[in-house]
Design a protein around this ligand. Structure first.
Ligand code: BGC
Length: 260
């Protein structure tokens, strides 16, 4: 039987989690979701995330990965574009441990999605530079080069024509500005065009909830690199967080062996 880890995805509207089969990269059960408390302060989010974790009754050695919609450096949250600013400077790992009693691995949500797509999805066979773009409340990005993740790229905040790309090309911008698919696709295409001009990715993967509806907007893009929807759709973050947590457990064992 292959190993099971747990992935938890903290988002602006929901905190979702599920066990992941590391052999196949598939969820072994439907996601359990609780609404993100508002305001989404560290204490309130920590408490809700802990409920999602304990719902799955992890064992003491189960690898648990948690994603966050902001920059996360060595466990500490550095930006909070779409969550409560009280998060900035907060150690997410400590918050989760205090509320749940479990040690977890934490990372940026788009990085987790990119990691998931590399391990099991649309980037599995791509050795060059992969750019993952998640379109949701915000725009998240992940860069994976020859299988290595360059963490915490925040390219969704690139100023295009003087405007933060997230403001007009995130999925939320479609509702906010009342855009049809074609018009919104032209905004996303403008952003992706800038990404191409600056980074020359070999493959672009579009993730986030809207990736399920890729047929509505992908055909409008006119880009050099192939653009594909996330193979894991909106589960990429959960799957990637779980896979990264297992990898971190392995690295920790190696580190401990080196220091003994
Ligand atoms: C944040 C990123 C995050 C993305 C998707 C952006 O506003 O700055 O860190 O990955 O939203 O949640």
């Amino acid at each position: 039987m292959s190993k099971i880890a747990i992935g938890i995805d903290i988002g602006g509207s929901g905190i979702k989690g599920a066990p992941v089969d590391l052999g196949s990269g598939k969820l072994t059960a439907d996601r359990y979701r609780l609404a993100t408390p508002q305001p989404a302060t560290p204490d309130a989010v920590g408490e809700t995330a802990a409920k999602v974790i304990t719902f799955w009754s992890p064992k003491s050695d189960t690898a648990i990965g948690v994603t966050f919609p902001g920059v996360v450096q060595k466990g500490v949250v550095r930006t909070a574009a779409n969550v409560d600013p009280a998060w900035i400077g907060t150690n997410l790992r400590d918050v989760i441990r205090e509320h749940s009693g479990f040690d977890v691995h934490v990372m940026n949500d788009a990085d987790a999605a990119g990691f998931g797509e590399y391990a099991y999805g649309a980037a599995r066979t791509e050795d060059g530079l992969v750019l993952m773009v998640t379109l949701g409340t915000g725009i998240g990005t992940a860069l994976i080069s020859d299988g290595r993740l360059v963490p915490n790229s925040e390219l969704g905040h690139l100023l295009v024509d003087g405007v933060d790309a997230e403001e007009y090309a995130a999925e939320s911008a479609r509702d906010r500005h009342g855009l049809g698919w074609k018009e919104w696709a032209s905004h996303v295409g403008r952003f992706l065009g800038e990404m191409e001009r600056l980074l020359w990715p070999d493959l672009i993967i579009i993730g986030g909830g809207v990736s399920k509806e890729y047929e509505q907007f992908l055909p409008f893009f006119d880009l050099r690199a192939p653009v594909v929807p996330a193979a894991l759709f909106n589960n990429a973050g959960i799957v990637g967080a779980a896979a990264a947590a297992v990898e971190e457990q392995r690295r920790a064992v190696k580190r401990a062996a080196r220091h003994s």
